[in-house]
Design a protein around this ligand. Structure first.
Ligand SMILES: NC(=O)C1=CN([C@@H]2O[C@H](COP(=O)(O)OP(=O)(O)OC[C@H]3O[C@@H](n4cnc5c(N)ncnc54)[C@H](OP(=O)(O)O)[C@@H]3O)[C@@H](O)[C@H]2O)C=CC1
Ligand SMILES: CC(=O)[C@@H](O)[C@H](O)COP(=O)(O)O
Ligand SMILES: [Mn+2]
Length: 376
């Protein structure tokens, strides 16, 4: 008797964004996947387009698209549709909360929301283990390391593009405007992560993400600049072998891998290696002070309170910067001040509720700090 092909049911959280819409592109090209539900923030037009295109009936949003069934929250949607895979692609702490919920209902999380591992890594991993949920990274560098991973690793290396500030004379960086910073040299992404690429807070998040995903100490995680973002990750093995993962900077490739793993079903033409810059270079301390501040913190004390404060403060500071309320340099000030405040509170985190409370505390501090700065 012919075996019936099983269709994997997928929910995309943050479907209207950069990762969300690229996930839609990928699924349109793959067989065996059906998007059964989405969540989005306020982009009704994009949501309608996706729902009509993929014939999706269920969604979560505060906005009404005018057809289909709207749920109040992610939990209700996931209870209704019982997904196989949830693609977590909401940025910031909202994304952390959504990922924590998704872990209760999915068999696999395709994880773009790196903030979940930054703010709540140990809890995310504990629940995933208890519930037997696979976490497959979508982040390009982590997808690379995941694909190269084997037990004999000495160290790993993840690359950074250097973001929009990489060629700007140091004296001009502090006052760069959102329009300058939003010009990412190699990737087209959402606003927050594009700004985070310029401060390299994104890479700081990614170092923590790698530490959580691959259980590696921080001194075994290196970061180098690769200007073309063609090299994504490198693993160095005990016997001297170095494995390099490269490919054109196109998020549809790691997204597809997270959906189809352990198979490769997605087709994308192989890039011409000669077209890309394969050089690796050091990250400049003076250009990316927040990145080095964070690395020093990690070496001194890797605990959740300051990691939560890092995300909380950066989230508000990036918004304030994009709204023209603070300068580019102001992001660093808000983040450092908030981390130092949270660090001084001697907070002990023993539950996910503590994570939520610490995010609130850090946000209220950062918010007041930004308001004081704006009044100056
Ligand atoms: N973009 C990329 O290439 C990469 C992104 N990532 C990570 O993936 C995540 C998503 O990034 P990206 O796609 O760039 O972000 P975008 O800003 O492009 O998209 C964010 C998405 O989240 C939705 N959203 C925002 N708030 C809520 C909410 N409260 N409830 C439901 N949906 C919400 C937005 O909806 P709407 O627009 O309708 O308001 C949108 O669909 C981030 O954590 C980022 O760090 C990781 C690696 C690469
Ligand atoms: C596409 C992706 O994975 C991003 O996280 C990327 O890493 C951002 O670019 P930067 O290397 O400039 O941070
Ligand atoms: Mn990345």
């Amino acid at each position: 008797m012919e075996e019936k092909a099983t269709i994997k049911k997928v929910v995309i959280l943050g479907a209207t964004g950069s990762i969300g819409t690229q996930t839609v592109d990928v699924i349109k090209q793959l067989e065996g996947f059906k998007v059964v539900g989405i969540s989005f923030g306020s982009n009704i037009e994009q949501a309608r387009k996706i729902m009509e295109d993929l014939k999706i009936d269920y969604y979560v949003s505060n906005k009404d698209v005018g057809f289909g069934k709207r749920f109040e929250n992610t939990q209700q949607l996931l209870e209704e549709v019982v997904p196989d895979i949830v693609v977590c692609a909401i940025p910031g702490f909202e994304g952390v909360k959504a990922t924590i919920i998704a872990l209760q209902y999915a068999k696999r999380i395709a994880l773009a929301t790196k903030e979940a591992l930054v703010c709540a890594g140990p809890f995310v991993k504990k629940v995933a283990k208890e519930k037997d949920v696979e976490i497959i990274p979508v982040d390009s560098e982590h997808s690379a390391i995941f694909q190269l991973y084997e037990p004999h690793i000495e160290k790993i290396l993840i690359t950074a593009s250097g973001g929009a500030v990489r060629d700007v004379p140091l004296k001009y960086i502090a006052d760069l405007k959102p329009s300058d910073i939003l010009k990412h040299p190699t990737w087209s992404m959402g606003g927050r992560i594009t700004v985070d690429s310029s401060t390299m807070v994104n890479k700081l998040f990614e170092v923590i993400e790698a530490h959580e995903l691959f259980d590696l100490d921080y001194d075994r995680i290196e970061v180098k600049i690769n200007r073309s973002s063609f090299i994504h990750g490198i693993v160095f093995l005990k016997d001297g072998v170095i494995k390099i993962h490269a490919g054109k900077p196109d998020m549809r490739i790691p997204i597809a891998y997270a959906l189809t793993y352990p198979e490769r079903k997605y087709h994308s033409p192989v890039a011409d290696v000669l077209e890309f810059d394969l050089q690796l270079s050091d990250v400049e301390r003076e250009r990316y002070p927040l990145f080095f501040y964070g690395l020093d913190m990690l070496k001194r004390k890797d605990d959740l309170p300051w990691r939560i404060a890092l995300n909380a403060a950066d989230e508000l500071a990036v918004n304030a910067f994009l709204d023209g309320k603070i300068s580019f340099k102001g992001i660093e000030t808000v983040v450092r001040e908030t981390i130092e405040y949270i660090d001084s509170q001697n907070i002990i985190i023993t539950s996910i509720e503590d994570v939520y409370k610490t995010d609130e505390l850090a946000k209220s501090y950062a918010k007041e700090f930004i308001e004081r700065e704006v009044r100056k």
